[in-house]
Design a protein around this ligand. Structure first.
Ligand code: SF4
Length: 368
């Protein structure tokens, strides 16, 4: 990174690992200090700023499970971590706590994880993730998938990966065969900017498709990367064109050191509202907030909004959501209140301090 001129050896970097692939380096425009790919992978000293409310396991994924690799987040769903490796490290990763942490590999007990699934027939949906499952040799991936598939109560297996973006050559026919033959219903990718959809990436997408594998995209809304109507429209339409369904736009999670990436939900709703009517309906993803501490995902649609402060410049009070689960938790946010005993206040001034002015500008201008 230092040799490539992306940062100085003296920059204060967080202790999370840094990794970029040759493929991503080839896509970065080094003359553009705002390059959207560089922003996702090159460390930024602002990562050292940790604000109140941020947590390494902000989604509360690791509270209930087995074998140090399987965790049950919802009554019917769980995540299975099969790798701590990735082709490149995303600065805004939700699972930084596990990525490239060899200690997390030690003591893993996959048999205990599979037994947990057998003992909990209410779990019918397993997300196989990491790290990145496609960093595994196909035979190792097959070991996990075959075991999960053999459990009759599991009806759906999904894989989460950024390999098609970060290092598309890593994907082989053998990976695709293993995925196709072991009951995987969807592969969920994470494209965040149209510049990531390179010819090599399109080849990888085509490879999946030749094996009949369906692809969804789950982008993260990131300040300075894709927080504009124009970029999000281009991303969704290009994905649609190459055969990947734009499925989610995620609000950036409350992971430590990410406040410079985080946009306001007000802005996210604005961008999302400007997709509808301007691009094909099937190319429009859901805009989602995954609430902290296992409270679950909520759609940022009118139905989910209990309270909304449209004028964020006027000491807005943030937004509150109905959630599908009824949480009883004390989460360390500045303001938390109950609405019919199931609400969470997302305080925009607290969580996205760097995006308030930008949001006001976008709302004032009507479009960016
Ligand atoms: S590929 Fe996924 S797990 Fe790996 S660093 Fe990026 S977001 Fe995190």
């Amino acid at each position: 990174m230092v040799d490539a001129g992306f940062c100085s050896a003296n920059d204060p970097h967080p202790d999370s690992a840094v990794k970029l692939s040759d493929h991503l380096l080839s896509l970065i425009d080094r003359n553009n200090s705002a390059d959207p790919i560089a922003k996702q992978f090159v460390p930024d000293p602002r990562e050292l700023k940790i604000i109140k409310g941020e947590e390494w396991d902000s989604l509360g994924e690791e509270e209930k499970g087995a074998g140090n690799v399987l965790f049950q987040k919802y009554p019917n769903r769980c995540v299975l971590y099969v790798s701590t490796h990735c082709a490149a490290f995303c600065r805004f990763c939700t699972r930084k706590r596990r990525v490239e942490d060899e200690a997390k590999d030690a003591g893993n007990d996959y048999e205990a994880a599979f037994q947990y699934l057998r003992d909990h027939p209410e779990i019918d949906d397993v997300l196989v993730t990491g790290g990145d499952p496609l960093m595994l040799a196909p035979s190792k991936l097959e070991y996990s998938l075959k075991n999960v598939k053999s459990i009759p109560s599991v009806k759906c297996i999904r894989i989460g990966t950024r390999v098609p973006i970060s290092n598309p050559k890593q994907l082989t026919d053998e990976h695709c065969r293993v995925i196709a033959e072991n009951g995987v219903k969807f592969v969920n990718c994470q494209f965040n900017h149209p510049q990531e959809i390179s010819p090599q990436t399109v080849e990888a997408i085509d490879r999946f498709k030749r094996f009949g594998i369906s692809l969804n995209n789950q982008s993260v809304l990131l300040k300075g990367v894709n927080d504009s109507v124009e970029t999000m429209r281009a991303l969704c339409m290009t994905l649609y064109e190459v055969g990947v369904r734009p499925y989610y736009i995620y609000q950036c999670d409350l992971i430590p050191g990410l406040s410079h990436f985080r946009t306001t939900i007000t802005k996210g709703r604005f961008i999302h509202s400007r997709l509808r009517g301007f691009i094909s309906g099937v190319a429009i993803p859901f805009y989602i907030v995954d609430l902290p501490a296992g409270m679950g995902k909520v759609h940022c649609t009118r139905d989910n909004f209990v309270e909304f402060a449209p004028d964020i410049t006027n000491q807005g009070e943030g937004v509150a959501f109905d959630t599908s689960i009824n949480p009883t938790l004390e989460y360390p946010v500045r303001k938390f209140f109950n609405y019919q005993n199931k609400s969470f206040l997302y305080d925009e001034r607290e969580f996205c301090p760097n995006d308030i002015e930008d949001t006001a500008r976008m709302l004032y201008n009507g479009i960016s």
